[in-house]
Write a protein that binds this ligand. Sequence first.
Ligand code: SR1
Ligand code: MG
Length: 419
Amino acid sequence: MSAYRALNDGSLPEFLGSLPQVKELLGGEPAGWTVEEVGDGNLNLVFIVRSPKTAVVVKQALPYVRLVGDSWPLPLSRSYYEHMALVEQGKHAPKLVPKVYHFDRNLALIVMEYLSPHIIMRKGLIRGIEYPLFASHIAEFMAQTLFNTSPLATTASDHKRRIWAFADNIELCKITEDLVFTDPYRIAKLNHWTSPDLDEIAAQFRRDEPLKAAVQRRKLQFMTSAEALIHGDLHTGSIMLTPTDTRVIDPEFAFVGPMGFDVGAVIGNLLLAFYAQDGHEARVYARSPYRHWILMQVEQVWRLFSKRFIELWDKSKSGDAYMPELFQEPDGALAFAAEKQRFMRNLFVDTISFAGIKMIRRILGLAHTEDLESIEKPAMRAKCETKALTLARRLVIDAERLTGISDVTSAARAIHASS
Ligand code: SR1
Ligand code: MG
């Protein structure tokens, strides 16, 4: 059993060489393997280890937040939750997550499939690349993982065991509770934004009582609702893809929480990418078709997800919640169908509200996104961010009044067109 130590390009080949399955996969001897550290996330080390035959990815948790340094300790156990979540998601959506080859709990390390030629979706969105299968893939991932880990599909006892299994991922949830739901609405040391351009808007958000009340309602939901095993950080940096293949990575924030938090993360991050396009186009309107494509993805993600979720529910006979035997033809079937529609409507409202909250944290909080951060001219960046914040606030405040996903894309378009 190995004690924790952060591995590096010197120690990693020898360690991987001691794992028979990984050694066989890579082939040859460790001395012939190369190591590249490629982690550009906020928390962990990520290595690509290449042999003449193939490659693997090694993700190792650090005992602190990489983005901030060792002044912010973070438990290594997040790697254990990430591994458990990858395994669970792999049961329900095997083609949509990376294969796991090895997990070492003491080293907080996961050896997994090297995805190539996949790139991080956020980078593809910055370059203006279209992914024709993305919406159906991510909808499938979310429908499968959220439905099948909820009591709509499982027994009450299995659900309680799942809640228990992830319940101690406390510090990762606390990051979300603080950085997503709290800090953007108060003076916090690590907050930053495009200054001075957004100083007044940031101050307005801190004084915005209806907005703060709505966000705190969602924070309570995040802390108390145990609907399904959620990924917990499903932004476009947690998706790697090609035009034909999509994989969801990095579920270290996983726990049993509200389903809308995952769906909202995808939609909120697509909307951030939409507003960032002005800062990436070579000339005005050059990215108009791409902006349109992104909004079509927002619509497709919700429509395909909700359709697939209902299909899974219609087929399922195993959940302890809403046992099908209670709803007999003809009246029962009608009542059950109406109840499913009501469930999806609530999930839509949750999704849209969480989407807005996720957008705000990426502009006024600690951890921003490359979509906006890579816009070099502050005035342009601030313009994109101001529009994104305008939509985001509306999504949080008006979620219940929006009749469907096309209301979201219409509002996004109208705000983009405003000066
Ligand atoms: C200090 S960690 C900042 C953010 O990075 C992760 O991707 C999560 O989104 C977290 O909130
Ligand atoms: Mg991550």
